[in-house]
Design a protein around this ligand. Sequence first.
Ligand SMILES: Cc1cc2nc3c(=O)[nH]c(=O)nc-3n(C[C@H](O)[C@H](O)[C@H](O)COP(=O)(O)OP(=O)(O)OC[C@H]3O[C@@H](n4cnc5c(N)ncnc54)[C@H](O)[C@@H]3O)c2cc1C
Length: 544
Amino acid sequence: MSEPIRTLAVIGFGPRGLGALEALAVDAMQRGTRFKIDIFDTLDALGAGPNFHPDEDPLCILNIPVRILDIDPPACMSNQIAPFGEWSETDYEGDDFPPRADLGAYLEARFHALCQAAGDVFKVTNIKAKACAIDKKDGWHITTDDGQYGPYDEVVMSLGQPATKLDPQMGKWTDHAEEHGLDLLPAYPGTDLLDAAHEWQDKIVAIRGLGLSTHDVLRLLTVGLGGKFAGDSYQKSGREPRKILPFSRDGKPPAPKPATAEIDALFDPVISETENFKAALKKAVGQAPDDALKTICNALVSPTLRIIGACDGQPSRERVEEWLTIEREDPGTQDIQDTKSALRVTIQMAHQSIPPSEGYVIGQIWRKFQNELRSAFNSAVLEQDTAIAIVGFDEGMKRYSYGPPIEASEQLLTLINDGLVSLQAVDDPDILMEANGWRLIEGDDALLAQAMIDAVLPSPNLESVTAPVITRAMDKNLIATVQEGFGARTQPDGSLVSPDGTVLKGLCLLGRLSLGSVIATDSLHDCFGASTHRWAAGVASRFT
Ligand SMILES: Cc1cc2nc3c(=O)[nH]c(=O)nc-3n(C[C@H](O)[C@H](O)[C@H](O)COP(=O)(O)OP(=O)(O)OC[C@H]3O[C@@H](n4cnc5c(N)ncnc54)[C@H](O)[C@@H]3O)c2cc1C
């Protein structure tokens, strides 16, 4: 007797939904298991999601260079599609940071390649609707605005970052902007931002946030409006805003990545250091929070000392240990310098024209250990406090480990020197709402911004999500939070755990909304990494 056809619903089909189906295809093609799959997503370009949408402005770029992008298709698809570098019509150098849109076009093509490769193992239908509710009756059922679907043996949610409640500041500003007809825009889609920016010549424009998105925004407000960077100068087109005022809660810009492959290689851990780090993680996931962080930090000391020495620095065990102690106790708060000095100094470190600081080295090692970190953390079930401590440490390290391309930091410095970008209000300014804009006050200085751009990504705090599919699932006790401010409780294979501790068979959640159960989710490498394979193995195990 032939095996029954399994039914699966995938809610949300950005890169992670694609990664999950690829992992499932590998397993299903080996076993000959057949699936009828409904994909719920209203976005076109299935596989790309909003952040990599092929129609996004090409000035919005990937935050890792092509040489590091490690998302090659599985062997079962190799006749259908090549790796990104070969597939793209652009002849990228290893150190290039491609437009996210180009990668999105690739992911969309890869989805079609997957459907071809899977043949009659997958029968895929795209339901162009938002899932609003999930119910369990005879199997899982999904409700959209237009109808009911199911029953499904399995449902996996890969929603990225769905709509959330506005934070109090944005809530007030949104009402204020509506009342006075002011421009208050999100950073994305960059195409919409650029359209609006054509009306901002001679206006002062503020940007909330000083992270990676701010670099996309600055590129749109300069090069996007016809300006040109030449060496360390900027040639205005005359269509730019009069002034751009970025600001954040600490005024700290993220440190750029090492400038070239050669410099980046200086920060590579050696095999014994990686093994040592893996062993430390294995121990740490079973420890109490303070001990866990100490165990992890201890494994960072010797590679840091070795690398500082190799980069012509003065390695000091005492300084490295002190840096790690402060970072453990107060993640993300040290290395205070004024914004411009921090930019200048970290740019020099990225070029290796000065020796790297303890923080810079530890941050680069931490970036290189992200896969080991995910692998140990995501496959274990940790005590809640330990999980939160490790996630907090990782989030704090992002100012070094998720840095922008060096060119982006250099362009920011150029714009500051040029005067187009002002740091007058960069460090947590007081902001007053006035009828014609937002007055940013820092010390004795005040400037009125007529337009405001929000470049801050909402937090994955599950309780502030407003998407009905999540709020209703929480109301029905299908989702429990790891802890206030964090994501959903899931098992290593993505299965949701209800508030009473029951593992919900066949209902899974992958990605950012389960931060706390998993770590380091905001990366393409995670979308195509071990989490999706664990999910696929979980699906297979439930059928056998
Ligand atoms: C602006 C930005 C830039 C980034 N740049 C990089 C980068 O350069 N490199 C990198 O590695 N990572 C980057 N990231 C991290 C990025 O989030 C991940 O790499 C990746 O996009 C996550 O994919 P995902 O599928 O989990 O989520 P998404 O890509 O957000 O996809 C989620 C999908 O779910 C759909 N959806 C949501 N709710 C529902 C519903 N109720 N019903 C049906 N469908 C629904 C959405 O329409 C969407 O298509 C970036 C993130 C952002 C926000």
